[in-house]
Design a protein around this ligand. Sequence first.
Ligand code: HEM
Length: 398
Amino acid sequence: PWAVFDELRAKAPVHWDEEEAPNHGFWSLTRYHDIVGVLRDTETFSSERGTVNLEELDADQIEARKSMLETDGVRHRALRKLMQGEFTPRAVAGYETFLRGLTATTLDTAFAKGEFDFVADVAADFPIRVLARMLDVPDTDIHKLIDWGNRMVGNTDPEHADVLSTSAESEKYRLLPFRSPAAQEVFDYGNELARQRRGKSGTDLVSRLVNETPSDGIPLSQRDFNSYFLLLVVAGNETTRHTITHSMNYLMQNPDQMALLQERPELIPWAVEEFLRLASPVYHFRRTATRDTEINGQAIKEGDKVVTWFAAGNRDPEVFDDPYRMDVTRNPNEHMSFGRGGPHMCLGNALARLEIRIMYEDLLGRVDSMEQIGELSRLRSNFVNGIKRFPVRVELAK
Ligand code: HEM
């Protein structure tokens, strides 16, 4: 998509994409500063009419999506506050020892094979295992969580979709699929956990959700719980997995950068920011204009959808010098892979950063070189920049 983003940014930074139903068209923003402006102004650009889909949502779909991601204002703050304390840098630092152990075991197993699929053997299970711990679900259920994520986030990819290209049904499920079979399985699973933990004094995320009232005093309805639980299960897994995989691919294409990090591992926290910028694991989110307004001189009508292409903002040459160059020492590096500014900025950003850092601290300490030995296969999606398979061979350092 990069060439298209570059062209739009240069020639039509606020560009109307005319589409037929179910999209009905939307504005595409590709300049960093225009995107930041929209993310910050939640009164004019609301999340309440959908954020992850380009399609129009009907009233029932809107009602079913009232997690923090798709609410604004007081309700958003109240829902976010419920979990905020679990995701601060200080709170997630408590997972460091667990993460180091998990990384070591994952890499031991993969590297013992010599040749392996970097996605399946290194990146795929790692983020979900952390989440499973936060939700306090047994290891034996992890494969289910992975499968649900694959089916929902990959729902535009024929390999993963619940329903393949059978027109009407598939159109329905393409709306990040709250009514798909995978979503229903997630809801059933979450509801069973909630039933077991209601009224008990657990500290895991599910116990907190069922036993605490949001600060606005409005308890979570059944649908609110469902969409909150779904968000927790889906939000952090594919995104972190794909960042880890893209990063390895970029390092293999930039051996000087890999050598630099191996020589100076103290640079890895900076490198993580560059990994995130280049990977841009979430291509876009969207908002809906609540009134007639303008962006960068372009009139926008009430009700228009506005799509913030984070991936395009991350390569805006006005903000990032030589944006296609990998520079693990880039500073400042205020990428928008987690959003940028605005109240919806990724809640899990400190956790994701920690996971990626720990993975690369361990991996780069062991590897002499890594080589691609088969085709890198991409996820078909306009939402998540995903890699499905990445066959590699590793040479370990002596
Ligand atoms: C929101 C990206 C990991 C939980 C977001 C947003 C983006 C994003 C772009 C929306 C920002 C906005 O609209 O301003 C990513 C990326 C990740 C990642 C690229 C990994 C590399 C995680 C993790 C979790 C998580 C590990 C936690 C389990 C959330 C939640 C929201 C969110 C709950 C909604 C926040 C709100 O609406 O207030 N993320 N995310 N994310 N993310 Fe992440």
